[in-house]
Write a protein that binds this ligand. Structure first.
Ligand code: SF4
Ligand code: SF4
Length: 489
């Protein structure tokens, strides 16, 4: 057993109101600079929809993530030979129009326009070269257009539905959509790290945050095509790749990342997960239908004394262990099985999990479970579509999560309003495999939890991690510090 710690997160999609506050907080903090005008490390998409960059889910086009070859994970875009052949022309890269041409307005026109009969207007101009442009797209261009045949109909996830199911999705009276906020998943098996010919991307040992060394990056951009989530961006001004750093400078001082801190819907949970690094390759090689379960299996119970002992032996600190025991992510992902990885079939073992949205299943008139909410069988979004996003195509894992979510609602309805026969709520809980106590805990963490319960940041003691590799301080009075620099420098 090789126990490592990973800072991971859960986004509860039922609570996302699509306000984009998270995106704007991130943009102002990290990518408000020349060269990354088009980059949104955090973006919020409307599903069904084509997303940002457009059609990022289409791996036939982008060739991101991993496949299985000879029983082992292999980069879909090919190994070192293929990388060498495509070093100077990589056809799997998104181009600027797949993101959007960033723009501003020539506000000065409002002041300088000569007196006339018409109100002056500020023309849109390109942020890249200042020429006037007609705005044709932007981040979240298809916002709230989940039922639009222009945008939503392009969603690659619709390919797995039957013609009848697709038709049903676009019936006016059944239209449904939900929001999908996305950041880098800080994967356990990151394709971006494996694809970089310069070794510029790395996963931090102490917390699993995936970072790009701005010193080592040589602009090959293999990470951009290899990341199936398209969460690495090229800075055209500095010639380096950049990505979400999970606000590690904030984490190191105990502050929540900016997008977590500002989230209006309080949908975001952060905590430590322990995992067994020796099992990663085997887990990432399992068949699609088993991938969600395989990912859960590599996660280790922090309350298990044997796991704790192995973790200590592997260098995991007491603070991190203690935080892992209080992790809300552990509860959602492993204990309750409510939070699921996005597109597990790409085999990067993403460490950002989503509680799937109930709205498409429940927003309808009474009939079905208990007579208050529509049943799963009458979901407005076909389960197969949601399974394509959150279950690697396996409807059973998504269905199991939905049964629990529905059961918790029925249980709370019976407890709080009291107009539901207790037997109906108890039956729903039993069918979902939950106890009343668990249902109350899920309700509490979903609806009532305060910031310290939702975001459990371990004391990272960064100074302890870096001390052995730092240059020795000059010792004026006594002692010699390190006589030789540590190996590896
Ligand atoms: S989401 Fe993409 S960029 Fe982030 S760690 Fe995974 S593969 Fe790398
Ligand atoms: S701030 Fe929170 S609620 Fe608003 S869009 Fe972002 S994730 Fe959703």
């Amino acid at each position: 057993m090789n126990v490592r710690a990973q800072i991971s997160s859960v986004f509860h999609l039922d609570k996302c109101i699509g306000c984009h506050t998270c995106s704007v907080a991130c943009k102002n903090q990290w990518t408000d600079r020349r060269g990354v005008e088009y980059a949104w490390w955090n973006d919020v998409e409307t599903k069904p929809g084509a997303g940002y960059p457009v059609l990022w889910e289409d791996q036939e086009k982008y060739r991101g993530g991993w496949t299985v070859e000879g029983g082992r994970p292999a980069l879909r875009q090919g190994g070192p030979g293929a990388t060498l052949a495509r070093l100077f022309h990589n056809p799997a890269l998104p181009v600027l129009k797949d993101y959007y041409e960033p723009f501003t307005y020539r506000y000065q026109d409002l002041f300088d326009a000569p007196a006339g009969d018409d109100q002056p207007t500020a023309r849109p101009i390109s942020l890249l070269d200042g020429r006037p442009i007609d705005i044709e797209s932007g981040p979240n261009w298809d916002d709230d257009l989940g039922g639009s045949p222009v945008y939503a109909a392009q969603d690659p996830g619709l390919a797995r539905l039957t013609a009848a199911e697709r038709e049903q999705l676009f019936e006016v009276e059944r239209l449904a959509f939900f929001y999908l906020p996305r950041i880098c998943n800080h994967c356990l098996n990151p394709a971006c790290v494996a694809a970089c010919p310069s070794g510029a991307i790395y996963k931090r040992g102490e917390d699993g945050v995936v970072l790009v060394s701005q010193d080592k990056c040589r602009s090959w951009r293999m990470c951009i095509s290899a990341c199936p989530y398209k969460k690495v961006y090229y800075n055209w001004s500095t010639g380096k790749s950049e990505k979400c750093i999970l606000c590690y400078p904030r984490l190191e001082v105990g502050e929540a990342p900016a997008c977590f801190h500002t989230c209006v819907g309080r949908i975001r949970y952060l905590g430590v997960l322990l995992y067994d690094a020796d099992r990663l390759a085997a887990a990432a090689s399992r068949p699609d239908a088993e991938l969600v379960e395989a990912q859960r299996e590599v996660l280790l119970d922090p309350a298990d004394p044997a796991v704790a002992a192995e973790a200590r032996a592997s260098g995991v600190s007491e603070q991190v262990l203690e935080a892992a025991r209080r992790s809300p992510v552990w509860r959602f992902v492993k204990e309750w099985g409510l939070a699921l990885p996005l597109h597990a079939e790409w085999r990067t073992l993403p460490m950002l999990f989503y509680v799937p949205p109930l709205l498409p299943a429940l927003a309808g008139p009474a009939e079905g479970d208990g007579g208050f909410f529509t049943s799963l069988e009458r979901a407005r979004l076909p389960l197969r579509y949601l399974a394509g996003l959150f279950g690697a195509g396996n409807t059973e894992v998504v269905e199991a999560a939905y049964r629990k979510l529905i059961a918790v609602r029925l249980h709370r309805r019976a407890a709080q309003v009291g107009d539901l026969p207790p037997a109906a709520a108890a039956g729903a809980l039993a069918a979902a495999g939950l106890t009343p106590r668990q249902a109350d805990e899920i309700y509490r963490l979903t609806a009532l939890a305060s910031m310290p319960e939702r975001v459990v940041i371990p004391g990272l003691a960064r100074e302890e991690q870096t001390e052995p590799t730092a240059d020795p301080q000059r010792q004026y009075a006594a002692g010699f510090g390190f006589l030789r620099p540590p190996v590896g420098r």
